[in-house]
Design a protein around this ligand. Structure first.
Ligand code: SAH
Length: 422
């Protein structure tokens, strides 16, 4: 589902009304809301008023979605201005990306502001909300940053049954209005290809929903079967584009080539690809992060990137956290490069920054949210990292527009555009 900024009605005449928001005045069709009056607050999409809302709720949504003031570029370095101008016309080079990732103070704020402007130009004021169901925290791998690693004996493991997964998805789609769901787990061979096919088939029978799987490296055959069963996308990070760093953080025979081979055949199979990296891994350099940006641009239809957060029961438990500012700069630079792709604010980012961080991420170019829909009794046990963010999402769910068929169509259209572009 998607959320958009509210407008106030300034004038009503017959079936049309003049409305106003931060982007200016607009005349729209109000046939769907015949009782609307001057000074009312509404949500509208394109030329149609969709719903009336209270002034209080309007203020709350505006606080979250409203733009920051555009920063005046005067007085900033020539180099910075040239890069920002170039980004409108062509892809940036690695050196230019590094420059942007190193900005501080006013240049950093100007970078965020430019990314926010591009977001608004390309994707308007929509914030789309997707859901994630974490169905198993068993994992056969030993990634040194991740709390689900096989070597972590302290975590209480759980697996949701096929029945439970289908039920959770059904509730998310048919009661709450989600139209894009990620099914995520550790790499857990307990779920056979056949079980995964059954899960997807049964969800697709009950729900109009785009299913993304995030289940790790399972080989081409498995992904072919899941695609045939109706899976639309994958959430599959390459984690870091630095072979050295990948090796250091992935013992037990995992390698970066296999990660990319997966992305390659997933793309060939027609999956919509959500990928990206961890930001702020110990030992990661700004050069590594610039490579990550270029790699993400090459592979992603939708970006999936977040800060590294230390988890105490892992080898990296005592390392420093990934850092909010660098993450925001990564979001902003990516927005300059992949202008109309989805860049979600991920849970890890919210864990570090809280609700205020969401707003900052939108203002740096992010445009969607990923809400946790894992049943509560399991949620606390999906400890990828410590103190994971859980927020009461009621306000967002209440005003998530397009909960029904239009929403599915909108996502379908956007995904189509994003895939063609790539
Ligand atoms: N098994 C799936 C899903 C992995 S878990 C797969 O292999 O693709 C989802 C994501 O959590 C990982 O891709 C990783 O980027 C992220 N993650 C793991 N540990 C983390 C940590 N300590 N801090 C932040 N993100 C972490």
């Amino acid at each position: 589902m998607c959320l958009t900024i509210p407008s106030q009605v300034k004038e009503v005449s017959g079936r049309s009304a003049v409305i106003e928001n931060a982007r200016g005045k607009n005349t729209i069709d109000i046939s769907m809301l015949p009782n609307i009056k001057k000074d009312d607050w509404i949500l509208h999409v394109n030329k149609f008023a969709i719903r009336k809302i209270s002034k209080k709720d309007a203020k709350e949504i505006m606080y979250l979605l409203e733009s920051a003031k555009q920063i005046d570029l005067a007085g900033l370095s020539d180099k910075f201005k040239k890069i920002i101008e170039a980004a409108r016309k062509r892809a940036l080079t690695k050196d230019e990306i590094i420059y942007l990732l190193k900005t501080e103070g006013r240049e950093k704020e100007a970078l965020f502001s430019e990314a926010n402007t591009i977001r608004k130009e390309y994707i308007k004021d929509f914030i789309c909300i997707h859901g994630i169901i974490e169905f198993s925290n068993y994992c056969k791998n030993d990634c040194t940053y991740c709390g689900l690693r096989a070597g972590n004996k302290k975590i209480k493991r759980y697996r949701m049954s096929v029945e439970e997964i289908v039920k959770a998805a059904d509730a998310a789609v048919n009661n709450k209005g989600y139209k894009l769901l990620v099914l995520q787990s550790g790499e857990d061979p307990y779920y056979t290809d056949e079980m995964l096919v059954e899960i997807i088939t049964r969800i697709k029978e009950k729900c109009r929903v785009f299913i993304f799987v995030s289940i790790g490296e399972r080989g081409q055959e498995c992904y072919r079967k899941l695609k045939d069963a109706g899976a639309a996308g994958v959430l599959f990070r390459y984690e870091t584009s630095s072979p050295k760093l990948f090796k250091a953080t992935h013992p037990k025979g995992k390698n970066l080539e296999n990660r990319f081979q997966h992305l390659k055949f997933m793309k060939e199979l027609g999956y919509y690809i959500a990928t990206g990296s961890l930001v702020g891994l110990p030992g990661q350099t700004v050069e590594d992060l610039a490579d990550d940006i270029l790699t993400t641009k090459e592979w992603a239809n939708m970006v999936s990137m977040g800060p590294f957060i230390p988890m105490k029961d892992t080898p990296l438990g005592k390392s420093e956290e990934g850092g909010v500012e660098m993450n925001l700069k990564m979001i902003a630079v990516l927005r300059l490069l992949v202008k109309n792709s989805r860049i979600p604010v991920v849970t890890a980012f919210e864990t570090v920054t809280g609700e205020e961080g969401r707003k900052r991420a939108f203002l740096a170019g992010a445009n969607s949210l990923m809400f946790n829909l894992t049943p509560e009794k399991y949620r606390v046990q999906y400890k990828i990292y410590d103190n994971k963010f859980y927020q009461n999402e009621k306000m967002w769910e209440k005003y998530g527009l397009f909960k029904y068929e239009e929403s599915y169509k909108m996502i379908e259209d956007r995904m189509g555009e994003e895939m063609v572009k790539n």
